[in-house]
Design a protein around this ligand. Sequence first.
Ligand code: ARG
Length: 459
Amino acid sequence: MSEKPWAGRFTQPTDKFVEEFTASIDFDKRMYRYDIQGSIAHARMLAKQQIIAAAEAETIIGGLEGILADIEAGNFEFKVSLEDIHMNIEARLIERIGPVGGKLHTARSRNDQVATDVRLYLRDELKEILGYLDSLQESLLGQAEANLAVIMPGYTHLQTAQPVLFAHHMLAYYEMVKRDAGRMADVLKRLNVLPLGAGALAGTTFPIDREFVAEQLGFDGVTRNSLDSVSDRDFALEFCSGAAILMMHLSRLSEELILWSSADFNFIELTDAFCTGSSIMPQKKNPDVPELVRGKTGRVYGNLMSLLTLMKSLPLAYNKDMQEDKEPLFDTIDTVKGSLKIFADMIAQMKVRAENMRVAAARGFSTATDVADYVVRKGIPFRNAHEIVGKTVRYCIENNKDIPELSLEEFKQFSEAIEADIYDYVTLEASVNARRATGGTAREAVEREIKRARDERKK
Ligand code: ARG
């Protein structure tokens, strides 16, 4: 028999370059464990259904376990001539246990096999990613708890807008990451069905028991249409979409960390372990990690686009094009895992420069809205109040004063409604703590959300 399992109808050997060009072994070998896991479950089912003998299944399973041990010990030669992980393992099995190994592929095709392997593999990776998402949430929450009294400038258009608690800002990312985790958990739900049993595309003539295989492999059920089973890569697309959104969030946090660690902001310090120096400028400590994560967001977006474009217009059922699904998927998994892991640690160790944040929060007339709200409470329509405070701010700019520094007489030039109690409303604390409704930045509102987050994490 020829080395290639499919060589029967061929008279000429494959062109060497074609062999290399069509092979996926260099990247799909990372799925070896899942390929073997799926094959073991399949062999058990074949024996249970008396499609092969029990003793044959035992031999096959023993052989597969031996191959698994060999691969893990680094004693396995992956061959490009055997194209992919599925044929590499099968060929080795036959080499190891003889012709009976050739019975493993009964009632199965590489098309339903690869669909199964990718789902098993991604399922495990997703669980790991969910763990990292959880660690990052913990780090963000920890920073919020540790810095409850810290006030920073809140921005719109990157212009000072209103003071907010730094904890509130951290909790904003907590919410984003929580939704990211929800999206990943969602991928897991739709991914967890077994495609094996679809055969090449139409099903199989053998009396298989798909539910039995599903149960052994921890799937919640089986796919319902054989054509769809071997064609569907939605689960990979859902994952890559969720990953793109998640990286978008990390890129926003990255951007802020980079700005905040600049000498001009000086709001935070990333610990030395997460920074690098310059080969020429001795003073430099560069925020490489957030910069790289910001950069890596681009490739994760690119992977999503590759995969969407790959699948666009493909006729049913399997097409070799689909072998190209793996590199973008694997790269996305690696990038997301690395970024999350490093962020969870970096955020946990980040040092907060509370005083600098406070000084910046007081600049830029950040309590102007509080004066407007004060005037509104005295019965003046908001639009007029806006105008009054606008003029007050202009006066401050022209006279180089800050709002809390104005005398009552100066305030009264703009509105007679302003009384001596105005000074109680224009401090940073007063401004922050006035925003008490759910989701606001008041300390009591933020403490409520921290408690809520803590409670939901206990569950
Ligand atoms: N390496 C292939 C892939 O990843 C496995 C399925 C191949 N099936 C086939 N009929 N050529 O898509």
